[in-house]
Design a protein around this ligand. Structure first.
Ligand code: 3NM
Ligand code: MG
Length: 534
């Protein structure tokens, strides 16, 4: 292996087929791409005869070498030897690494395709310099891709490489491949970087650069995306040790200030929610001082996202069309950094809902995922792999257990592990609610039994939390969620305790009144918060 690790950050894989290269000169396209910032090039041509492949490789090496950029050949160790280029990329069905290494020598770069933790670990232990992890998203560029693994699959492989405790696995370089483009590159990097694993060293692309009318601009765009965080990324949670304020003081200062901000900005609270609770959710949004819109049309989400509010995706009355609309809207909010809350209603109940949850999580980032214990367990299982992710034992304890005997402490471990893994904020509701950003975990025991007797109390909590996210997610999502949760549950306590409340019907009206009262107050009601660290 070479002493200096190559720069894998923007890895270009070539393609000479008509739909991608469009008859242009490959050497010129690669030259432009290098000018735009590509850091390593792989010649991939599945149809060229040996003589032609060697010719192409020599021509490419003529431009990569002076630029100081490694050239690797896909599959063909013989061609790499003939050309004297820097290495090869081999698939699972190609020559084994040991033989390739013997032929190419210790300083050659050898990369291997891996789509599972097992393949990744085997290749790393056999001496691969880097792994091409994929297929991340379905792509027309490569037929017969084995597995679509999504960013969660990449993340789980990276975690497995660390967990196994082998230097060869921990140190192997990694890029991801398959359907990566300018609209998803930052998200893929963000979501595959778990504190439980290791970060990717780069992204590998074919069509985003080769098929572009301007390969130089396409490379430049990707390059600049690599060096910044996606706009939806929350500020990294403060380590517990760096939080100097007591929890109580923090609540006393941040909740009233968020409330004030909510009142003064009246943020748009965009609900794509189920048909059962639309009316109630709109009323709750109004009561807390947000501006509701109940649009379910994905096509108008981009316009709405630009208004600076937040989005609730609640899959309570899921249909195939609804799912398509959710994904369009999710992408629109992610693109502008608008907060999105996911309420995976009934996620574990049917195969259709489980699949929808998986697709939602693969297609975007959620600032908050909120659900009851069974739903959060399903979310946990959805992003987990069969191998190598911490907390596996939690998942196996029963994904769909509606009523579990798990203690607050056990739930807290699940919620904080999930928050850490997904780099987001998780709220598990129940008699005691558990809230975590992966670094800090809180147990909240406000609320009233009447909430369980009216429809949509969970869904409209999502609406409330989302409204607070609109004004507080950029600063501290955990505090924003806590503020919404406390306002909601303390209003329920006040309504439930009123003399004129005789049952679920009068409770619902009184609850809306009390939300309005809390909105108008100065936030002194936070004194009723029952919150503790776990
Ligand atoms: N290998 P695009 S996917 C060459 O999963 C290749 O191993 C893959 O093309 C794998 O960037 C792929 O145009 C094609 O989606 C990637
Ligand atoms: Mg191959």
């Amino acid at each position: 292996m070479g002493n200096m690790k190559p720069d894998y950050s923007l890895y270009l894989v070539t393609d000479s087929t008509e739909p991608i290269l469009k008859g242009r000169d490959l050497v010129q396209v690669v030259k432009d791409a290098i000018a735009g910032g590509v850091t390593i090039v792989q010649l991939r041509d599945k149809t060229a005869e040996t003589a032609e492949l060697i010719r192409k490789a020599k021509a490419l090496h003529g431009i990569t070498k002076p630029a100081g950029i490694p050239l690797l050949i896909n599959d063909r160790v013989d061609v790499a030897l003939a050309v004297g280029c820097e290495g090869v990329h081999i698939g699972q069905d190609d020559m084994d690494i040991t033989t390739a290494r013997r032929l190419l020598g210790p300083s050659a770069i050898i990369g291997v395709t891996a789509s599972s933790a097992e393949e990744a670990m085997t290749a790393a232990k056999a001496g691969a310099d880097y792994l091409g992890i994929g297929t991340v998203f379905a792509t027309p560029t490569k037929e017969n891709t084995k597995d679509i693994i999504y960013p969660s699959g990449v993340r789980n492989i990276l975690s497995a490489l660390v967990e196994v405790g082998e230097p060869s696995c921990k140190d192997v370089s990694t890029v991801c491949i398959g359907g990566i483009n300018a609209s998803n590159a930052q998200r893929v990097l963000y979501q595959s970087t778990s504190p439980l694993g290791k970060p990717l060293n780069g992204i590998a692309v074919v069509s985003e650069i080769i098929a572009s009318p301007s390969p130089a601009d396409a490379a430049k765009d990707l390059k600049s995306l690599l060096s910044s965080s996606p706009s939806f990324a929350p500020p990294p949670p403060k380590p517990k040790t760096e939080i100097t304020q007591t929890l109580k003081n923090q609540i006393y200062t941040s909740v009233p200030s968020l409330l004030k901000r909510l009142a003064s900005t009246k943020p748009l609270c965009h609900n794509m929610t189920n048909t059962v609770v639309q009316n109630f959710a709109a009323n709750v949004a109004l009561a807390i001082g947000a501006s509701p819109i109940m649009s379910t049309a994905g096509a108008e989400a981009a316009d709405l996202a630009r208004l600076g509010g937040s989005l609730v995706i609640n899959m309570g009355t899921l249909t195939p069309v609804a799912l398509e609309n959710y994904i369009v809207a999710l992408k629109a909010y992610n693109a502008v950094g608008g907060p999105v809350l996911l309420d995976p209603v009934g996620a574990g109940a049917t195969g259709v809902r489980k699949a929808a949850l998986k697709e939602l999580m693969a297609n975007g980032y959620f600032s908050v995922i909120k659900g009851n214990e069974s739903e959060i367990r399903t979310v946990f299982a959805t992003g987990a792999s069969s191998a190598g992710i911490s907390g596996k034992e939690i998942q196996q304890r029963g994904v769909d257990s509606a009523s579990s005997t798990a203690s607050v402490k056990e739930k807290a471990v699940l919620v904080s592990t999930l928050a850490k893994r997904e780099r987001t904020t998780i709220l598990m509701t129940g008699e005691t609610d558990i809230l975590s950003n992966g670094s800090r975990t809180l147990a909240i025991s406000n609320g009233h039994a009447y909430l369980g007797q009216i429809t949509g109390s969970g869904c409209t909590l999502g609406t409330t939390v989302a409204a607070f996210l609109a004004v507080g997610a950029k600063e501290d999502p955990l505090m924003a969620v806590l503020a919404g949760l406390l306002m909601y549950e303390i209003a329920a306590e006040r309504a439930g305790g009123r003399d004129d409340v005789k049952g679920a019907g009068t409770f619902q009206a009184a609850f809306l009144d009390e939300l309005g009262n809390l909105r108008e107050g100065n936030g002194g009601w936070v004194g009723g918060a029952k919150v503790e660290e776990v």
